[in-house]
Design a protein. Structure first.
Length: 334
């Protein structure tokens, strides 16, 4: 069965101070219908730019090559009319900051109803009944009263639930969730992600989930793609990534996580600094930071290739298999 969303060799360059600079390089990723795929990596790795590419909302002057297919349709060649329909019917976006996603001068009810009436030919009465029911489904008590309130009257957690309701209400086939819990406290994060995952499964939606949090991605995603310097360096199922990472960057990310079940003298940090796609030379992007780099790593860029049930972009993956299984963090059990 063909994937619902397929990115194949996606390249994106931007014009910065009169110079063309790549921000995404050879990004290839599939998301099946009803499947949740997590995209993880440090800030600047290209996660949000990937989502913007899918929506075709890149900065002016951006140049894109490769393919983005949604259910067989080429997103990059869509007409303005087809693109509007794609954005309003096929995909829904959940952003980091719910206050930036909601019209501050509209009531919650008017905000939710507007999209349904404008894009889905719903009558106002039917639309209001639908969104009130969905607000209740996403855990907002006294939904009829909340619909009469303005965004500034709701907490961040309630507002993110409103945004989830807005995404579900338009009956999309896929949700693009760009770090939807970053602005929330830890307890509210857990509640909101539980609701989002429940709604996604109930409605059979695909999801591309952008996050820094490997633990969270592992809890809600069927597969995880690890991104570095504008490229995907590993793709695997969550448990396989946890137990048997195949790329040194994945191992470094896993080792740098704080753990609640152990005590460490210090947290591990990844040496050096993350680089942007335009800084990558002729070899592996991670080579300057990788403890396992050899001359071939700096001379030739590795291709993304199948390995086991996933994919990896590393010359030495098989050779390093036993080393990467072990955590580099010295800890003692509590």
């Amino acid at each position: 069965m063909s994937p619902l969303l397929r990115l194949d060799g996606l390249h994106v360059t931007l014009n910065v101070d009169g110079e063309r600079r790549p921000v995404l390089h050879d990004v290839s990723l599939d998301v099946g219908a009803g499947e949740a795929v997590g995209l993880v990596g440090e800030s600047g790795s290209g996660k949000s730019m990937t989502v913007r590419s899918v929506l075709r909302v890149l900065p002016g002057g951006a140049e894109t090559s490769g393919r983005i297919d949604f259910d067989g349709a080429d997103v990059l060649s869509m007409s303005a009319k087809d693109l509007r329909r794609f954005r309003s019917h096929e995909v829904a976006v959940i952003h980091q900051d719910p206050r930036a996603a909601i019209n501050p001068v509209s009531t919650v009810g008017d905000f939710l109803v507007e999209a349904l009436v404008a894009n889905h030919d719903e009558g106002v009465r039917q639309a209001r009944a639908l969104v009130q029911r969905i607000l209740s489904d996403v855990g907002i008590p006294d939904a009829s009263r909340r619909m009469r309130q303005y965004p500034h009257e709701l907490s961040g957690g309630l507002l993110q639930r409103v945004v989830i309701a807005a995404a579900i209400a338009v009956r999309p086939r896929m949700i693009l969730a760009d770090e939807p819990t970053t602005a929330l406290d830890v307890t509210t994060q857990s509640e909101v992600m539980g609701i989002l995952d429940e709604m996604r499964r109930e409605h059979g939606l695909a999801m591309l989930f952008i996050t820094h949090d490997l633990e969270l991605a592992g809890a809600v995603c069927d597969r995880i793609a690890v991104m570095y310097a504008g490229s995907i360096v590993e793709e695997s199922r969550p448990q396989a990534l946890e137990d048997r990472p195949r790329h040194p960057y994945s191992r470094l990310l896993l080792d740098s996580r704080p753990r609640i079940d152990r005590v460490a003298d210090r947290l591990e940090v990844i040496p050096g600094r993350p680089i942007s796609a335009f800084e990558v030379g002729s070899g592996c992007a991670l080579a300057p930071r990788c403890p396992y780099a050899e001359p071939q790593c700096t001379a030739t860029a590795p291709a993304l290739r199948p390995i086991g049930s996933g994919q990896v972009r590393c010359h030495r993956s098989e050779e390093l298999e036993s080393v990467l299984r072990r955590s580099g963090t010295e800890v003692r059990d509590v």
